[in-house]
Design a protein around this ligand. Structure first.
Ligand code: SF4
Length: 393
């Protein structure tokens, strides 16, 4: 029984479809444009109609093979809203039409700069929730989130959000969450407070992408990230019932209860999803492309290969195994060894995350909190308090 459940949990049920390869921003930390993945330059700028059709057919074929009745399609870029509303509507219609009766949960990740009321109506009509990328207030976020001319983009986004919120409740109803890349020069507690004060009740912290041969910009060790995460966690934890959703913290805490994280940042299983590029190439989670070599090769495509081949071709089961050091670590359950691309050393993934120090310290702080909040009786040696009635039944 256990084996069967494990088998089901590994089945791919999520596709990231790159509908546009270009972006209207030039964020300096972007793994697509500024961290060594140049493959977008040679791909179709906008997803081909034939790729949309074939993707839908592959989803049906795959769902039948594995008995799935629902499947997630995440629309991604570049900036997906550059596709335009007409083409977006026809893409959604075509996907849903071919995939029926498999229920498609469609989500979309955007930088938000092109959002307007018409886009919100389109999302509402089509049962789509969207995520936006926002790294905090302009003085923090604009260090990285810039237009092509080098000017900051964050105030434009905040103005847009305020305008859409003034127009009605749709923006917050359709917003699935916010992705915030950590700026290690900022204060984690202040960033948490800023998001809450600005009306965001679900956001996620991402650690900038990098690995042992391609460190994040301005890398000065994991120390600044450790400080940021501890500050943010302390602030969040103290908010108690009013705390926003921050999946990184929630999932790590769940790890202490034995729940394996589905979050890729915490060693979640990358066999569960694949990326389909605008020209039909099938790849692993595209941050892995940053590791180049084998992982940046276009070995599969939607026209010739089924969706479930990518896990074996890219040897995902093998390379995802926690590093030897992680296997001995007391916090493997909460940390998961970190995000796979952050473990790459040029040849293998057999290293802890470059953020190990930060993840260890965060796990340690969580462990302390759990102990502090436990009833004192549980912290005594349990064997000392066993009574004969404990063995009845
Ligand atoms: S804290 Fe470090 S050693 Fe422990 S599981 Fe995480 S990355 Fe591995």
């Amino acid at each position: 029984m256990r084996k069967a459940e494990e088998g089901i949990s590994q089945v791919l049920d999520w596709v990231i479809l790159k509908v546009v390869q270009r972006c209207n921003l030039n964020c300096t930390y972007c793994y697509v444009y500024n961290r060594g993945d140049d493959s977008w330059k040679t791909r179709a700028p906008v997803v081909l109609d034939s790729v949309i059709e074939k993707t839908a057919q592959r989803i049906v074929e795959h769902s039948q093979k594995y008995g799935l009745n629902k499947f997630v399609v995440e629309l991604h870029g570049g900036e997906p809203l550059l596709l335009g509303k007409k083409k977006m509507q026809s893409l959604i219609d075509r996907l849903r039409e071919i995939c029926a009766p498999v229920y498609l949960r469609i989500i979309l990740q955007t930088n938000g700069l092109l959002l307007d009321e018409e886009w919100l109506k389109l999302f509402d009509r089509n049962d789509i929730s969207f995520g936006i990328s926002l790294d905090g207030p302009p003085e923090i976020a604009d260090k990285f989130r810039i237009f092509r001319n080098g000017t900051g983009s964050t105030q434009n986004l905040l103005d847009k959000i305020n305008k859409l919120r003034t127009a009605g409740p749709d923006f917050d109803r359709l917003l699935g969450g916010v992705l915030c890349v950590v700026n290690p020069e900022s204060n984690g507690a202040e960033i948490v407070r800023w998001f809450v004060a600005n009306g965001f009740d679900a956001f996620e912290f991402l650690l900038p992408d990098g690995n042992y041969i391609n460190y994040p910009q301005g890398w000065n060790g994991a120390g600044p990230y450790r400080r940021f995460l501890l500050e943010a966690f302390e602030e969040w934890y103290a908010m108690d019932g009013d705390a926003p959703q921050i999946r990184l913290f929630e999932m790590m805490l769940m790890g202490f209860m034995g729940v394996k994280s589905s979050l890729d940042a915490l060693g979640g299983d990358l066999r569960k999803l694949c990326v389909i590029e605008s020209d039909g190439t099938i790849g692993v989670s595209d941050v892995v492309r940053m590791c180049r070599g084998d992982y940046a090769n276009d070995k599969l495509n939607i026209f010739d290969h089924p969706l479930d081949l990518h896990a074996s071709v890219y040897k995902l089961e093998e390379i995802q195994q926690p590093a030897e050091q992680c296997q001995k670590c007391e916090y493997l359950q909460s940390c998961g060894g970190g995000y796979l691309p952050h473990r790459f050393d040029g040849n293998t993934f057999n290293r802890p995350s470059i953020y190990c120090d930060a993840l260890y310290a965060l796990s340690d702080r969580m462990s302390q909190k759990i102990r502090m909040d436990m009833p004192a009786s549980l912290l005594r040696d349990p064997s000392a308090s066993l009574r004969p009635t404990d063995f009845i039944g």
